[in-house]
Design a protein around this ligand. Structure first.
Ligand SMILES: Cc1cc2nc3c(=O)[nH]c(=O)nc-3n(C[C@H](O)[C@H](O)[C@H](O)COP(=O)(O)O)c2cc1C
Length: 473
């Protein structure tokens, strides 16, 4: 029985929001979701986006495998016209798990097949794929890389949570070396090569991932990092600005997007009150967060994110996907949940507050840049009413496209349902049980990682994997 989600109609949802002092709007007119939008000169057939979600289901060398292809066939056939492919590491040592995609010259074949099968499934289901955009997210996991963390700046809160030696469980401290400026200079060229691989594989766009406290997000927050990549806004944004300019010049014809945090916030811990999350202790000013007030880090400060969106748009970035938080440190910011993931705390707030935070902060960026294509996040907790909220946000100019994450694992064909005016299938609508995250965090098998998907609603495939993962603990 859900503690928070009890809404039989979209109106009851917005009434609850009002009671909580929030601004979550809904409409029964979903037609705005079906309006095409032009992005970088390309027409995208509707406003529904499948968010990037790692399946942790590749082979050990980072090649897509059977379940990877299956996911993208289902996404392609689903009806959303923008498929934002998942995190693919630009170098093997920058992977966040042992079964993450790798995007380099050796992987062109697998990536081409992935893109082609996704597009073919769309064409088969919808006849026309000329208005479908498929991208791939270029990542370096930085502090969260396996087997060893690669740190961009010392973080007084995250360093003690970052294990640098698995045997002794020693954590990072001020003596742990940072990735050097020279290494970052070379990494810029690696990103350019990866972008070129994405183009060869037939992707329409690449996403330069700057979110969830992975490497490029940590660089944005690197206020205490010395040298040319740290300190001032110009230095902290140097990497992304230079990479965008290089890709624009060296890989012409490829659209450039970025998924970026607009608010990092503070990490949380399990608290004494039935495990509800509480903010960790921290010293002020907090100089290791982006989009966050240094003197009150539980509050967003959008001045730099808004500035960066403008700067990147001028350099040629044509689509922005906005998100919040850190999946390991404060998952309630990133994905408002009803049921806690196994490595986290119980939600410290009504999940609708988390949804409202996504909507409000995204609306602030969109209103500062009304002409830009901006994808919003954090919709899945709204279950059957996520598109009623998304359509209201589009109507009111609070966002340009609506991104669905967890809800796409359980119900990848939501786009077709909306296009055909049908209600979502209640038997497959994500209830934020967090089983997908539980699988992502399950590592105890020969590959060092279990594949993830939706065990309750895609049961034939993920039920047995879930059982095995839970038994392996
Ligand atoms: C299983 C899983 C894998 C994810 N992988 C990625 C990823 O590769 N890249 C990324 O930017 N976000 C990733 N996310 C975050 C989602 O894209 C999304 O932002 C988040 O789930 C909140 O949206 P939702 O409420 O619609 O689920 C992942 C989330 C889940 C649950």
């Amino acid at each position: 029985m859900s503690k928070y989600f009890k809404f039989k109609t979209p109106e009851s949802l917005s009434q609850e929001a009002e009671k909580l002092g929030l601004d979550v709007r809904v409409t029964d007119d979903l037609s705005g979701l079906l309006a095409p939008i032009t992005i970088g000169g390309r027409t995208v057939g509707n406003r529904m986006v499948i968010q990037p979600m790692e399946g942790c289901d590749c082979t050990s060398d980072g090649t897509p495998d059977e379940l990877t292809y299956r996911r993208y066939q289902r996404f392609g056939a689903g009806g959303a016209k923008l498929i934002w492919g998942e995190a693919a590491a630009v170098v093997p040592e920058g992977r966040a798990n042992t079964r993450q995609l790798v995007i380099d010259a050796q992987h062109v074949g697998g990536l081409t097949k992935l893109q082609t099968e996704c597009r073919a499934a769309h064409r088969q289901a919808w006849n026309d794929d000329s208005d479908l955009l498929i991208g791939i997210q270029l990542t370096h996991s930085g502090r969260y890389s396996v087997p060893a963390p690669i740190i961009a700046q010392h973080d007084p809160v995250l360093d003690p949570r970052t294990i640098v030696d698995k045997t002794s469980k020693r954590t990072a401290d001020d003596s742990t070396p940072l990735i050097s400026d020279d290494q970052l200079d070379r990494l810029q060229d690696t990103y350019v090569s990866a972008a070129s691989v994405a183009k060869q594989a037939g992707f329409d766009f690449i996403d330069l991932k700057q979110c969830h406290k992975y490497l490029l997000n940590e660089l944005l927050a690197g206020k205490t990092r010395p040298g040319k990549y740290g300190g001032s806004y110009e230095n902290r944004t140097r990497f992304i600005r230079e990479v965008v300019a290089k890709i624009r010049d060296q890989v012409p014809g490829l659209l450039i997007g970025t998924r970026m945090n607009i608010f990092d916030g503070v990490p949380y811990n399990r608290g004494p009150d039935e495990g509800a999350g509480i903010p960790c202790t921290y010293n002020l000013p907090m100089l290791s967060t982006w989009g966050t007030r240094e003197d009150a880090p539980e509050v967003a400060d959008l001045s730099e994110p808004i500035r960066l969106v403008g700067d990147l748009a001028e350099l040629g970035v044509s689509i922005f996907n906005l998100t919040l938080g850190n999946p390991y440190g404060n998952p309630h910011l990133l994905r408002p949940f009803e049921y806690a993931p196994p490595d986290a705390y119980q939600t410290p707030e009504h999940p609708l507050i988390g949804v409202d935070r996504h909507f409000r902060l995204t609306a602030d960026v969109q209103s500062a840049h009304p002409g830009l294509a901006i994808v919003g996040s954090g919709y899945s907790w709204l279950q059957a009413w996520m598109f009623h909220a998304g359509a209201a946000n589009i109507r009111d100019g609070r966002v340009s496209l609506v991104g669905v994450g967890r809800g796409a694992l359980s119900h990848p064909d939501f786009g077709g349902y909306v296009a055909e005016g049908k209600s979502l299938d209640p038997k497959r609508t994500c209830r934020t049980f967090s089983d997908c995250t539980a699988l992502m965090r399950a590592k105890n098998n020969a590959l060092g990682q279990f594949a993830t998907g939706c065990p309750p609603f895609d049961k034939a495939v993920y039920g047995p994997i879930y059982d095995e993962a839970m038994a392996s603990k």
